[in-house]
Design a protein around this ligand. Structure first.
Ligand SMILES: [Zn+2]
Length: 248
């Protein structure tokens, strides 16, 4: 109670909301610039179980923005170092980690146990897979990305439009746009991670879905934020597949 007292004091946030956080299972896909900050904020706020998945090890060029890691951590698995950090920040929560990639063989098992999935990975293949499994398993997804000076955030939940509705696969085929290979200012992923974690707390504690079927764009040069509503794409292969699966 003492640990979360400033949160419980908040108007519109009570012990009930705090209890909901404690009972929540959240999967964080990717422990890079977005994932490590999101994970830390959720651990501090009291999310009861956090699962981390990332196959990468820490490189010196990560330290410029991935605030959970230090020079001594170079060469170690991100998900393992981040797990230790979360446990030292908040020993009252459970943290589990995987040092392999999220792929077709494990995504279903891992995602179907969650109350919420937070995607902050660095490639389109994983993003489409996370979207596909979240949609078919009816697990809510909050997806954040940052590249250059730009950030994006949106939520997929229930019968809402999905990631593939907004970003059709054929338009994203160019994998050279991977965040892993592009420039990014230290602060941009951390801004987007903070917004993603904030949205996650609103959803888990209060059931709020302010960015459901809405795309938030954050421009790190002008500091302007825009929120665009988007529609479900009637031809989206992912929505059609999951609709058919759920109707059976
Ligand atoms: Zn769709």
């Amino acid at each position: 109670m003492h640990l979360y007292s400033r949160q419980i004091l908040l108007d519109g946030w009570d012990i009930d909301a705090q209890e909901k956080l404690k009972l929540a299972n959240v999967l964080i896909v990717g422990c890079g610039g977005i994932g490590c900050t999101t994970a830390e904020l959720l651990a501090r706020a009291g999310v009861g179980k956090i699962t981390l998945i990332d196959a990468d090890t820490i490189e010196i060029s990560n330290l410029q923005r991935q605030i959970a890691y230090t020079e001594q951590d170079v060469g170690f698995y991100k998900s393992e170092i981040l797990t230790k950090r979360l446990q030292s920040i908040n020993p009252f929560i459970q943290v589990e980690s995987y040092t392999h990639k999220l792929d077709q063989s494990n995504a279903q098992d891992l995602i179907s146990q969650q109350d919420l999935v937070l995607d902050g990975c660095d490639n389109f293949t994983t993003r489409y897979l996370v979207n596909q499994v979240c949609t078919s398993s009816q697990v809510p997804l909050i997806s954040a990305s940052a590249i250059g000076f730009q950030g994006q955030l949106f939520m997929v939940e229930g019968d809402s439009a999905c990631y593939e509705c907004i970003f059709p696969k054929e338009q994203q085929a160019n994998e050279s746009l991977r965040c892993a290979d592009s420039g990014v200012l230290a602060t941009t992923p951390n801004v987007m991670a903070s917004l993603q974690a904030h949205h996650a707390l609103l959803f888990l504690g209060l059931g709020a879905t302010p960015l459901k079927q809405k795309l938030m764009l954050w421009d790190g040069l002008t500091m302007k934020q825009r929120i665009l509503a988007f529609e479900k794409d009637r031809d989206c292969p992912n929505c059609q597949a999951s609709h058919t699966a759920n109707a059976q």
